[in-house]
Design a protein around this ligand. Structure first.
Ligand code: MTE
Ligand code: MO
Length: 251
């Protein structure tokens, strides 16, 4: 059967996707986020309705964080299910994706951590690597299955002596994108600093040299071209999160 890459038809929607949809509905935070987007509310406007919606969305962050389980795993798939070709997405066109020189690249580390020395790619590669085939779900209404490998974030945080009682881990990217996640999600076993896509170094369009891959969250909470990681108790927000998308955005 011919199908467009990345598009899920109701007919071939797998049981795991149905489960995801049910959970989204139950948790309601996402549908609220989707609603605010669909209605075109500009939450920065500060009119009363928008403000109420934004407050509800932040309340939902707390409910979702409470429901989140560090032991519940996102679905994984056999290699035969990988979406090909894989779709590019960013707040700009693919031609404008940043081309990063691996030789002088360094990952900055800051905030509530003991060791703030920057990381080279070689040092990240020397850490234990984890490989997984999972579904990437974009809030725009499409999803696709890919294979990412890299350093489990919990191992990285341990290595740099991060204060794991802190609330947030923030990410800044070379294209000025930014995002942040709650500490329990950062410590989830499937959350990785991905270096490889389909067994090869990440191509430029998918975030070379390093991106966060977090299959328990929506696509926009998977920052590409990560240049800096920091641990903090002040919610760092995010590029889309600050425009009204639900901050927790579990999938
Ligand atoms: N640096 C950066 N990371 C980003 C984005 C971006 O614009 N810049 N877009 C996000 C969104 S909305 C999605 S759906 C995914 C797309 O990842 P892909 O290009 O690997 O499909 O990247 C996320 N991470
Ligand atoms: Mo997205």
């Amino acid at each position: 059967m011919k199908r467009e890459p990345g598009l899920i038809r109701p007919k071939d929607a797998a049981p795991e996707l149905k489960r995801v949809e049910r959970r989204l509905l139950l948790k309601s935070g996402l549908s609220l986020g989707a609603l605010t987007m669909l209605t075109g509310c500009n939450l920065a406007d500060g009119d009363d309705v928008d403000r109420a919606l934004f407050a509800m969305s932040r309340f939902n962050d707390r409910v979702q964080a409470f429901l989140f389980s560090q032991t519940r795993l996102a679905a994984t798939f056999p290699a035969s299910r990988i979406t090909n070709p894989f779709r590019f997405n960013a707040f700009y066109d693919e031609d404008d994706a940043p081309e990063i020189d691996a030789s002088d690249w360094k990952l900055e580390v800051s905030g509530l951590v003991a060791d703030k020395s920057p990381w080279t790619l070689a040092r990240l590669r020397a850490m234990p690597q984890e490989s997984q085939i999972t579904r990437h779900i974009c809030v725009e209404g499409w999803s696709q299955i890919g294979e990412w490998s890299g350093v489990p974030l919990h191992l990285f945080l341990k290595k740099i002596g991060a204060d794991t009682r802190a609330k947030y881990v923030g990410f800044k990217c070379s294209d000025r994108y930014y995002s942040s996640i709650d500490m329990p999600s950062a410590l989830h076993p499937q959350t990785i600093l991905a270096l490889d896509f389909l067994g090869k170094p990440l191509p430029t369009e998918f975030g070379f040299p390093m991106r966060l891959r977090i299959p328990t969250k929506l696509g926009f909470k998977n920052p590409k071209y990560v240049a800096s990681i920091f641990v903090t108790n002040d919610n760092p927000g995010g590029y889309w999160e600050d425009q009204g998308y639900n901050w927790f955005s579990g999938s």
